[in-house]
Write a protein that binds this ligand. Sequence first.
Ligand code: ADP
Ligand code: MG
Length: 706
Amino acid sequence: MMNQNSNPNVSPDSYFGCNVFNEKVMRDRLPKKVYEAVMCTRRMGTPLPRDAADVVANAMKDWAVEMGCTHFTHWFQPMTGITAEKHDAFLTPLPGGNVILDMTGKELIKGESDASSFPSGGLRATFEARGYTAWDPTSDAFIKDRTLCIPTGFVSYTGEVLDKKTPLLRSMEAVSQATVRMLRLFGNTKVQRVVTNVGPEQEYFLIDKSSYDAREDLILTGRTLFGAMPPKGEEMDDHYFGNLTQRVSDFMRELDVELWKLGIYAKTEHNEVAPAQHELAPVYTTSNIAADHNQLTMELMKKIALKHDLVCLLHEKPFAGISGSGKHNNWSISTDDGQNLLDPGETPQDNLQFLLVLCAFLKGVREYAPLIRIASASAGNDCRLGGNEAPPTVISVFIGDDLQMVLDAIEQGKALDDFGKVRFNLGVNAMPQFRKDTTDRNRTSPMAFTGNKFEFRMLGSADSISCFNFVMNTIFAHEITEFCEELEKADDFQTALHELIVRSIRENKDIIFNGNGYGDEWFKECQRRNLPNYPSTVESLEQYDRPEFVALFEEMNVLNKSEISSRKEILLDNYSKTVFIEAKTMLDIARKKILPVCISYTKQLCDAIITKQNISPMLNISSAVEDVLASQISDLTASLYDSIEDLRECLSDVSRIASSLEKAKTYRTSVIPAMSRLRTTADALEVLIPQEQWPFPAYSEILYNI
Ligand code: ADP
Ligand code: MG
């Protein structure tokens, strides 16, 4: 069953989702009443009765065993950023040494796990190390490596959130409640449920396994910590959308098949800007499923690459000087009656609803920009954000010229005709049919309106998308709730709505920027507009527990104060650990690999000089080149040694700091600059030393050999 796809002539629709306990399997295998109860839980978020859970658990177990599984696991997403699983066999012992294969409803719904090995940011002392995983019935169980994986949230014994899924689910609930309430004001009595959707475009590098194995920095940190620029970078723009090589194409085809079997709608694949860089985009789906699918996609990319003797790098900046990898998070909101609320629509009524949603979005982004910045903060992403290859670190929203024209007209009390020309009438009667395809041109904005969705472009390639989405959802739900409160009090809905839209545009238009986000001009303009700029992870994380942010998350029932503090603590700690490991790896490579090579090559040059001097009285052979090289390399080797010592001292200073914020700050202001000095010297040496003596493969060997 699981290998039915090995024949390339088998059509994907015959095996799509074959490893998933999806709605179709449930319809076939569950009694009608139980099936309906599960569907109700999935669509409306109502709890599933315990006896129904028992039936589901049994059907799931039977299906999994038929598919060759022996184990099940609660699959969860702790704050480590990767997924975790603890496998249990289906076996239950019977008297007389027999066993039955079993999984109860209780085992399906709730698992107990030793939480002490996962980051909790001080939420849970080790003596009360129990944590619980709780089934998320809205995301399908699936089979991976002969194990039934049950998507779950992860909370502490006392109920505090320890993972990335739970706040996302809560934020989706908040969006649904707030938005249904808003739709009622527009006279919609049908809609019961609103969901947020995500289509994440995933960038990654593929390199040869042998190059990877020869680089301790890639193995230990996921990125190169040394490496001079190759003679050819991305100047020629010849990789983007270029032909796929056979190896890459074979990898992508196998990845597709494995993703399709897991019901993941992998759709678009192409080469990216940098050499050896590629992208995969699935068809969008509900946020929490998209988040689960993206985790699985990243996991499978790594696994399948290895089968092709390749290594998939998900680090945000594997190669200095070469564009890094991000993840574009396409975000929209839709209703169970089939509307995309970010679609401007065609009737005046739809237009107004769209404008209100747009205003809530703009207002939310302006008020809570630091939280959105935090959602993309990591040590890895610091290497690419603001570097003119990815969006700047200041949050702004691109809406495009046509939509801008509409907002301007509304704010100034003018109306537009169908061609965007100002019309006599006042008010927000109808919007022109603005050309949607003009909205997707700006590639430098952190957040761009692209016709019927917002594309958030700041996320790092390795990030879980949960964080941005729970933040964005919470902010949006909050703004919509505030709008509802105002509109519900109004005597005349239409007038109040009009006033609210005009006011929101006026008060929040500073967050809109339609120009080039990479230029210096924008940097000056953001200062004039007073838009916050947190250049690195550390400054942004410092903002996380500001009272207004705590109030936001508490009001929307997404996170409480101690959960936010714990997240801040975990993320700061994560940052410091990442830089610490990178610095230690650099020291190791510099001391044990680069320094010895430099010394021995200097000796070779000196030997050559002596040899020439000994014979030159007769032959008059000059050793000028060797002299120059030997002295250059000796000088650089001396500064290499100094830089090593300097970095070593910085690390020892930082080890004495107790506070996690101070520690992270010192890593940023002292350790990272010391790493960069060491790298500059080492890279200068790489250029001077024979390639076959240099202790690891150069950029050109890694980037151009697939
Ligand atoms: P581009 O590179 O131009 O941004 P892609 O086709 O690579 O476009 O990716 C677009 C992504 O946006 C896909 O994952 C797609 O499914 C997703 N998407 C399209 N419509 C929506 C929507 N309404 N809500 C969320 N995501 C969407
Ligand atoms: Mg895109």
